[in-house]
Design a protein around this ligand. Structure first.
Ligand SMILES: Nc1ncnc2c1ncn2[C@@H]1O[C@H](COP(=O)(O)OP(=O)(O)OP(=O)(O)O)[C@@H](O)[C@H]1O
Ligand SMILES: [Mg+2]
Length: 305
């Protein structure tokens, strides 16, 4: 008989809605594969519920803060139930766009020019931009969000001040140069790069609506329109990024491709698994059907990740 799997769903981050959709899709896939499934709607501390269910494996379908950033992973290490995706440290590092970038840069992966504004709100925007040789348009975003929540492109100082106010509750903001060009995302499965997809949003950029609204008009081009050399290059960069952070399971790295160069925006340790999501689409192209992909994640689950 196949194992009992608990799926952690929802959570308390801004990406709760997306996590519920990810969890539902994965639950259907695992049921198809013959597993027994219990979906746990996480609205805070979930340990008591897990103790009652006594699952053999935990599929972590949470996205964003508290689910994807090491908090949940440390609870799962503590209770010693094998779980999917990356471990505590890798998850924390990847969720923090400031710390993960320090590692990427140190290891020679190109990232956009950027600086951090902390909560003291000692703005000095112009001075910082000059020092870093960054000019408008700029992109501002929280260091630890996902699904493009809180990402703003600002053409001038007035736009910056308007959008910056909306991010007031975040401790740290990242300010970076705007990189035009292609939007390329690459998936890694274990230690194997799976493929790279190109997104062509109809909207100003690949924002929340362009990601999740069915009629947003975003085109998915699989495989990405790159020369063979560049395609292999982005796969190799995604694999390196995955390894440098010590990731496990599946990850997805988001790049911009401009002037023949790849700029790594970030690495996601718990990429979306909805019907519009990119990792399942990349896997499908490689001949891996969605239920097989999710089952691979279950088989890959462990503790001490
Ligand atoms: N420096 C940049 N230059 C151009 N576009 C950018 C830049 N930074 C972010 N963007 C746009 O915003 C989108 C979201 O950015 P990013 O991946 O950093 O945020 P996120 O919220 O962590 O996303 P995810 O949903 O992948 O977790 C990018 O896919 C891109 O379209
Ligand atoms: Mg992204």
């Amino acid at each position: 008989m196949k194992k009992l799997i608990a799926i952690l769903a929802g959570g308390i981050s801004g990406e709760r809605k997306i996590s519920l959709i990810t969890a539902k899709a994965c639950a259907i896939a695992l049921k198809q594969k013959g597993y027994k499934i219990k979906v746990v709607d996480v609205r805070g501390y979930f340990l008591e519920e897990i103790k009652k269910i006594k699952p053999a494996i935990i599929f972590n379908a949470l996205h964003g803060r508290y689910g994807e950033d090491g908090f949940t992973q440390s609870i799962l290490e503590y209770i010693r139930i094998p779980y999917t995706h990356s471990g505590v440290l890798s998850s924390s590092l990847a969720m923090d766009k400031e710390l993960s970038r320090l590692i990427f840069k140190k290891k020679g992966i190109k990232v956009p020019k950027y600086f951090i504004l902390n909560q003291e709100r000692n703005l000095k925007l112009k001075k910082n931009m000059k020092e870093k040789n960054i000019s408008f348009p700029i992109v501002i975003k929280p260091i630890n969000e996902g699904s493009s929540l809180g990402v703003f492109i600002c053409k001038n100082n007035k736009e910056f001040l308007k959008n910056y106010k909306k991010l007031y509750d975040y401790k740290k903001i990242i300010v970076e140069e705007f990189i035009p060009g292609k939007e390329i995302q690459a998936a890694v499965m274990g230690n194997m790069p799976l493929g790279a997809i190109e997104l062509q949003p109809k909207r100003k950029f690949y924002d929340y609506k362009a990601k999740y609204k069915k009629n947003s008009g975003t085109k998915h081009l699989m495989p990405a329109r790159l020369s063979k050399i560049k395609y292999n290059e982005v796969l190799s960069l995604a694999k390196k990024a995955h390894q440098y952070l010590g990731c496990k399971g599946i990850t997805r790295s988001d790049f911009k491709f401009y002037n023949n160069k790849f700029y790594l925006l970030e690495l996601n340790t718990q990429p979306g698994m909805t019907s519009l999501s990119l990792v399942p689409e990349i896997a499908e192209y490689k001949g891996i059907k969605f239920p097989d992909l999710v089952e691979w994640m279950i088989k890959d689950a462990s503790c001490k990740r």
